[in-house]
Design a protein around this ligand. Structure first.
Ligand SMILES: [Zn+2]
Length: 184
């Protein structure tokens, strides 16, 4: 599977596991092993069993996050309906923060759920909440400017001028097209 890690945040990369392949929207998380593969490429140390058992929950979570991010990136506004579905998910599976004392001095935050017992849950939920509740980051959540691409990214460039998911794929493709030069 050709996963892409251009999102700049783990929840955006998670959302980007739905992408265009050969012209049609494709879900790259076809099986627990593809989810495991994805975590491995991100160098997250997640036990396979915890992804296998919770695979359908992670797929649902990915879809909810994908919808929220797509709304915002393309329409520049929060869709309440999609956000409520995320909130319902949080409630349904009793996903809650847990503060651990930490060593040697800083407490650490962990998002947990008895029903979805996997460390991946924490990474995804924390990242999603960080992006969606931070004005600066959310403002920089953008779609790739290639109309035939649905990938999103957090633009971390100094002048907020990033236009493509990746220069080597979409950037060069668009720049090389005659359309681009006509428009200039
Ligand atoms: Zn792109």
């Amino acid at each position: 599977m050709n996963f892409v890690f251009v999102g700049g945040d783990v929840s955006v990369d998670f959302s980007n596991t739905i992408k265009i392949v050969n012209g049609s929207k494709t879900d790259l998380l076809a099986s627990p092993s593809s989810l495991y593969n994805w975590t491995q490429q991100l160098e997250l140390d997640i036990p396979y069993e915890s992804l296998d058992v919770n695979f359908q929950y992670f797929k649902s979570l990915r879809n909810l996050i994908h919808n929220c991010f797509q709304d915002f990136a393309y329409k520049r506004k929060i869709n309440k309906e999609h956000l409520n579905k995320f909130n319902d998910f949080i409630r349904q599976f009793d996903i809650h923060p847990n503060i651990l004392p930490g060593l040697p001095m800083f407490p650490s935050l962990s998002y947990e759920s008895k029903q979805i017992d996997s460390p991946l849950l924490h990474h995804i939920v924390k990242s999603f909440l960080d992006v969606i509740t931070d004005e600066y980051t959310l403002d920089r959540l953008k779609p790739c400017e290639n109309d035939e691409c649905v990938l999103l990214f957090v633009d971390k460039s100094k002048n907020k001028a990033r236009r493509w998911c990746s220069m080597t794929t979409c950037g060069n493709k668009i720049k090389a097209s005659r359309f681009y030069y006509r428009k200039r």
